[in-house]
Design a protein around this ligand. Structure first.
Ligand SMILES: *Cc1c(COP(=O)(O)O)cnc(C)c1O
Length: 219
């Protein structure tokens, strides 16, 4: 990988951060965030070898990805944006993992959709580490109780996801999320975006979600 310059730069920077911070080679997965980007922007990234992508809207993913999957059957697509409960069936049919489980109602509708469709998608709980009103995610102090609820409803949770406040140093937020994941023995930690993924790798990210650094600015 690859003949896509921006992708190559990000992939190299991830490898360099793994080495610099004592992380195992290949221990950090790149989720290429293609929200609001056209198929014509995505195809070059696919042909350069990237297979793991993130989208934040169910309808947009349903419109874009079936055609791409027809050519690349090994694509893995993660939902990284807030989910409306009436879209759970479509989300379970469209995505391979849900990173944005953030409230009890979604736990119920996702678990029901997975039972209906006989699908068992990896799920992450989104944690609102900055306790921001406008941001999705559970209160970090509720993590244990929320995980218990998921378990009781039959939804398996594999890890945590967070988006730190825009105007703060992300380090302490990544550290809090890492500690919560460790405390609850959750192997997946999705944190870090274009501006801060190297810090996230330092803090133990297993997945970084990078959009604009690969695809350019969004409209
Ligand atoms: C848009 C988005 C990203 C990628 O953001 P960039 O700054 O473009 O890398 C990552 N995570 C989530 C949840 C997003 O919505």
């Amino acid at each position: 990988m690859s003949d896509h310059e921006a992708l190559k730069t990000v992939v190299s920077a991830i490898a360099a951060a793994e080495a610099k911070y004592g992380r195992n080679t290949g221990s950090v997965q790149l989720v290429a965030v293609s929200k609001r980007k056209e198929e014509s922007d995505i195809r070059p990234v696919l042909s350069a070898g990237q297979r793991l992508f993130g989208e934040n809207r169910v309808q947009e993913a349903m419109a874009k990805w079936p055609a791409l999957r027809a050519h690349y059957p090994d694509i893995e697509l993660h939902l990284i944006g807030p989910l409306q409960s009436n879209k759970s069936e479509e989300a379970v049919a469209t995505f391979d993992a849900i990173q944005s489980v953030d409230r009890e109602k979604i736990v119920r509708t996702l678990a029901a959709a997975m039972r209906d469709q006989g699908r068992d998608l990896p799920c992450l709980v989104q944690v609102n580490t900055g306790l921001e009103d406008q941001k999705s995610g559970i209160d970090p102090r509720q993590t244990g109780a929320f995980l218990e609820f998921c378990k009781a409803e039959g939804l398996t949770i594999d890890g945590l996801m967070c988006i730190p406040p825009q105007d703060e140093n992300p380090g302490p937020h990544f550290a809090l999320m890492r500690d919560l994941a460790e405390e609850h023995a959750l192997p997946i930690r999705s944190m870090g975006m274009s501006g801060d993924y190297e810090t996230a790798i330092q803090m133990g990210a297993t997945h970084v979600r990078v959009g604009s650094a690969i695809f350019g600015a969004r409209d």
